[in-house]
Design a binder for this molecule. Structure first.
Ligand code: BG6
Length: 478
């Protein structure tokens, strides 16, 4: 369905994210016919380009980041025609009136700040001061949204000085993933799961976001943030919220976001014995974390595992175990909901090593859902039990091109449509930092070093123990 005509201004339009994700994503939406004839994209950056040079850079980016079969030359040429470039000094006053002059009054203006957060305030101020933004305009900002509660509050204040909350779109690209949204459909569009979705029936929940890549190339940024700030405060927290939240009364921005904030507010403080931090060491011809960040004394974690308790009626007594890390065995993101055992086993030979019912929501790769069930082992051996997976892969069930749409494509179109449901509200980001800050501070004060783990492993032994000591086990990674 085509969206309304728009003017989209991208600040940082020649930066890594814009070249890798935003502009190729917009191209694919253009190709699919979602972008109307009158839509225009204006790039802006520090370089003193003209529109022709900018088109060349973006043409090269599309060629670099999209496979050949997705980018027919004539479609690319038609897309590039939509691009213009304005040279703007984000912290000075040049270029702003030129920008204002090319924007149209009768279409929605969207400003995408694909720049360092240190520039959010300066750009928001100039958009307002030079009359570029209107009360209908939208502003999109990228992660990291602050590095602690104080800086997140300052960023919110900077934006809110010039834009209303309803105009601000804070991106967490995990919310743009097809399967993450499917989690809401699974829970709230089916009558099957929700009655069981509580501590009476669920023993515990595991949320794993494992990556096989290291931090190579982004060492400088990563060493300042670590897995807590880079992944847990945002992406894993979003997954936790969507898994644990109460059903919103409707699928509308504030109804959904109100419920997510309540989950974060209900989190108990995390005890130090309930959190494990790790750092990968060298192996399999791969550099160690120290080598990747070029800092032998680094105490930044590339892996975190923790046990969380949500203190509310639904979840009291059901822990949520989270883990994420770099250079692990495989790239796997999944949510495993493990159900309690039946109250009484009538069969004389309960199976050895039975793991029990579980619903496994695979976010990536191989997106789908698995329901682990106990059945009778086939054959004449009597009433012996075994476990099988009832497996559903979205690609098989719904067609193979299901997941070709990238999170960015979907989120940018949501901004154009004015739908904030999949964007973080200011109070939500602050609540997540308010939860993460004491954990980060306690860790820094403890002076402890992260525990080492092998490249290609499931993380440190201590993370396995986090579940073992509770009589539980992580699902294997990969
Ligand atoms: C980013 C983090 O936000 O998410 C990266 O900064 C991480 O460190 C990435 O690799 C993971 O995203 P995805 O979509 O590949 O799971």
């Amino acid at each position: 369905i085509p969206v309304s005509p728009f003017d989209l201004v991208i600040f940082g339009a020649t930066g890594d994210l814009a070249r890798r994700k935003i502009l190729p994503g917009l191209f694919l939406r253009f190709k699919s016919g979602q972008m109307p004839e009158e839509a225009r994209i204006v790039g802006s950056a520090r370089s003193d380009f003209d529109s022709a040079e900018f088109r060349k850079v973006i043409g090269a980016a599309i060629a670099e980041f999209l496979p050949e079969e997705l980018r027919p030359a004539d479609t690319v040429a038609a897309f590039l025609e939509r691009l213009e470039y304005v040279h703007i000094d984000a912290t000075g006053d040049t270029g702003w009136s030129a920008l204002k002059n090319i924007l149209r009054d009768d279409v929605i203006r969207t400003f995408y700040l694909s720049v360092s957060p240190s520039l959010f305030g300066a750009i928001a101020e100039r958009l307002s001061k030079h009359g570029v933004a209107t009360p209908q305009s939208r502003i999109v900002v990228e992660k990291p949204f602050g590095h602690d509660l104080a800086s997140a509050k300052a960023l919110n204040a900077d934006l809110l000085r010039h834009f209303a909350e309803e105009q601000i779109y804070r991106i967490d690209h995990y919310l743009g993933k097809e399967t993450v949204q499917n989690l809401m459909a699974l829970r709230f569009a089916n009558s099957l799961f929700e009655p069981l979705w509580n501590s009476t029936h669920i023993d515990h929940v595991q949320i794993t976001v494992a990556e096989s890549l290291g931090v190579g190339g982004r060492g400088g940024y990563y060493d300042q943030s670590g897995a807590m700030r880079d992944m847990v405060q945002n992406h894993l927290m979003q997954l936790l919220c969507l898994t644990a939240m109460e059903p919103p009364s409707k699928f509308a921005p504030n109804s959904v976001r109100d419920e997510k904030v309540k989950v974060i507010e209900a989190l108990d403080p995390v005890e130090s014995e309930d959190i494990v931090r790790g750092q990968y060491r060298s192996g399999r011809d791969m550099p160690s974390y120290f080598e990747d960040v070029e800092n032998d004394a680094s105490r930044t974690e590339s892996f975190v595992a923790m046990k969380l308790k949500i203190a509310n009626w639904r979840w009291a007594g059901t822990p949520f175990y989270l883990r994420t890390g770099k250079r692990l065995r495989d790239r796997v993101s999944e949510i495993t909901v493990v159900f309690r055992d039946p109250p009484h086993m009538i069969f004389p030979n309960p199976m050895d090593g039975r793991k029990g019912n579980a619903l496994i929501i695979r976010l990536q790769p191989d997106e789908g859902i698995t329901l682990r069930t106990t059945i009778k082992e086939p054959g004449p051996g009597g009433m012996r039990l075994t476990e099988v997976d009832m497996d559903m892969t979205f690609a098989d069930a719904l067609g193979s091109d299901l997941n070709t749409q990238d999170a960015y494509e979907r989120l940018i179109m949501d901004v154009i449509r004015g739908d904030q449901t999949l964007f973080m509200r200011g109070d939500e980001v602050e609540a997540a930092w308010g939860w993460a800050d004491p954990l980060i501070a306690a860790w820094q004060e403890s002076g402890k070093k992260p525990v080492p783990y092998d490249v290609g492993s499931s993380g440190p032994e201590e993370a396995l123990m986090l579940l073992h000591r509770d009589g539980r086990r992580w699902r294997p990674i990969g």
